[in-house]
Design a protein around this ligand. Structure first.
Ligand code: BGC
Length: 246
């Protein structure tokens, strides 16, 4: 058994649990602390410290972050706070928590969980996971290997970025029906498949549990589309996998 504390940083909550990275399972309860406002690096790092303390943790920590993370350095933070840009996240969190921290993009984390233990298990070729939440995150796999930091949520369609059309936040804020919103998701998937020709799309994020409510509106997508299987575990389990990414 190889244990890692997985932490998932989100726009509304920061969640953590201990993960067995061999089985891809959480082995503790999941503790959540509300994301501080403003969500500055120091404030969020302190919340991560409190979560590690809650779990009495001293081992390795993997953290999923809602933005581009290159070699531990935060490059974008569209839905958090601009003060994150170019912050060395690995260094800041390692120092604040007092543990060895590895950061990874949140959708890449969820993708790792799905490809190893969920809906993408054993699928060869190109597999693309989209997380539909506050924003839209993406993870691309080629024969099971992650191509990190893709940002399909920022793909522009008809002058508007994908996450401003088809995230679940947009559905809630505009009170869109599954039909209307499903049509937006369909447009995004069709644009991506035109460019990448994947074998499989996996849709994650909280809304994926309602997959049956909108899958019929994705009928013009030629690639098979399936819901994520790890559901709300993917973010935390995948974050822990950042410490053993291959
Ligand atoms: C960010 C991505 C992130 C996604 C989901 C987007 O706005 O640019 O990096 O994965 O939101 O949190």
């Amino acid at each position: 058994m190889s244990l890692v504390l997985g932490i998932d940083i989100g726009g509304s909550g920061v969640k953590a649990a201990t993960v067995d990275t061999v089985k891809g399972e959480m082995v503790s309860d999941r503790h959540r602390i509300v994301t501080p406002t403003p969500a500055t690096p120091d404030a969020v790092a302190d919340v991560a410290r409190q979560l590690a303390e809650y779990h009495e943790w001293t081992g390795p920590v993997g953290i999923g972050f809602p933005g581009v993370v290159q070699n531990g350095v935060i490059r974008t933070a569209a839905n958090l706070d601009d003060s994150w840009l170019d912050v060395d996240g690995d260094a800041l969190f390692s120092k604040t928590i007092g543990c060895d921290v590895t950061m990874i993009n949140d959708a890449d984390a969820a993708g790792l969980a799905e490809i190893r233990y969920g809906a993408g298990l054993g699928v060869r070729g190109t597999v693309i996971l989209l997380t539909l939440g506050t924003g839209i995150g993406s993870a691309v796999f080629s024969d099971g290997k992650l191509v990190a930091n893709t940002e399909f949520g920022h793909l522009e369609l008809d002058g508007k970025i994908a996450e401003a059309r088809a995230s679940s936040r947009v559905k809630d804020e505009k009170d869109l029906s599954f039909k209307k919103w499903g049509g937006e998701v369909e447009d995004v998937l069709r644009e991506i498949e035109k460019l990448f020709w994947p074998e499989l799309f996996i849709l994650g994020g909280g809304i994926s549990k309602n997959f049956d409510g909108f899958s019929e509106y994705l009928d013009k997508v030629r690639t098979p589309v399936v819901p994520a299987q790890m559901l709300n575990k993917a973010g935390i389990v995948g974050a822990a996998l950042a410490c053993s990414p291959s």
